[in-house]
Design a protein around this ligand. Structure first.
Ligand SMILES: NC(=O)c1ccc[n+]([C@@H]2O[C@H](COP(=O)([O-])OP(=O)(O)OC[C@H]3O[C@@H](n4cnc5c(N)ncnc54)[C@H](OP(=O)(O)O)[C@@H]3O)[C@@H](O)[C@H]2O)c1
Length: 278
């Protein structure tokens, strides 16, 4: 089965292409690097030629409200149009658990717009809503850093390993479309402030986490259960502690240096999801 993975060079995309290949599928990675641009449509017809399944794991380069909405709307419209022309029978997109509860953020308004375009299209689809990746914990910390302090709410969070996200996506992409959303999450729940504390301790990062019910998750207020999946979510196997042990073992020394705070530096747009480097 030919599966075109759009965003196939990214954190999730590269793992997905590898897993699909290992299971004997013809997985084609398409991204800007390989001359495919979802915003202009360039290279899409070739990338989708003969594909049974299209998986969209792209992400926007800027999270500024207008830019990110434009990215997901334009990209998704193009992917749906080129996908329909190519006769794709299953459209799979990666979204985020709790999107409809996080609409104070322009990023999540854009993800909801992406989901709605897919639901309104004529192509059979599966929307996969994942919880936060372990690889994203550093970004959460960096975003809320002021000086040496990180103010975070004790909201519940059920993060998962990027590797488990890719495995779940591979299973869903190679099965029949669900024409709805599937939630995936990690095997354990944490409090956000405590999760970040554990991450910082493991990486010997000297920043201090201040637990604050009014603290923000990526710039927005979140209720206690906003980030956790439904009871019927499919759960990954990797535990945070095991992932931390592996990641700290392989982390370059520079990962342990205090990063520049986006708040202190006056950056308003959020950085890319996975520029953590661990
Ligand atoms: N981080 C989390 O905790 C989390 C949780 C749930 C869901 N998600 C979702 O997961 C998805 C994938 O995230 P990720 O971290 O794997 O992303 P990523 O590592 O930033 O990768 C993004 C990919 O998109 C490609 N891309 C960007 N603009 C493009 C364009 N105009 N045309 C073609 N390709 C383009 C990039 O290609 P180049 O490298 O060539 O630029 C790259 O392959 C996102 O949609 C996100 O919403 C994330």
């Amino acid at each position: 089965m030919k599966i075109s993975v759009i965003g196939g060079t990214g954190l999730i995309g590269s793992k997905l292409v590898k897993k699909l290949g290992e299971h004997g599928h013809e997985a084609v990675a398409a991204a800007l690097d390989s001359g495919v641009n979802t915003l202009t449509g360039e290279g899409l017809a070739d990338a989708l030629k003969g594909a049974s399944v299209l998986v969209d794991v792209t992400n926007a380069p800027s999270w500024e409200d207008t830019a990110v909405l434009k990215f997901f709307e334009t990209s998704t419209r193009n992917l749906l149009a080129y996908g329909a022309d190519a006769g794709v029978g299953h459209y799979v997109a990666l979204s985020v658990v709790g999107t409809e509860r996080l609409l104070e953020s322009g990023y999540f308004r854009a993800k909801l717009a992406q989901e709605n375009l897919i639901k309104a299209s004529s192509i059979p689809y599966s929307i996969v809503r994942a919880t936060q990746f372990f690889e994203f914990v550093k970004q959460i910390a960096d975003y809320s850093t002021e000086g040496n302090k990180i103010r975070l709410p004790p909201a519940l969070i059920q993060p998962m390993a990027a590797d488990d996200v890719a495995s779940a996506l591979a299973r869903i992409a190679t099965n029949s479309p669900v024409n709805g959303a599937v939630e995936i999450g990690g095997p354990e729940q944490f409090r956000l402030d405590e999760l970040v504390r554990r991450y910082l301790t493991a990486f010997q990062d000297p920043r201090e986490v201040i637990s604050d019910p009014h603290g923000r998750y990526y710039g927005i207020q979140v209720s206690e259960k906003a980030l956790v999946p439904n009871d019927d979510a499919r759960l990954g196997e990797t535990r945070f502690e095991d992932w931390l042990n592996q990641s700290t073992k392989h982390a370059p020394k520079t990962d342990r240096l205090l990063p520049v705070s986006p708040l202190a530096a006056g950056v308003s747009a959020a950085p890319k999801l996975n520029s953590g480097g661990e």
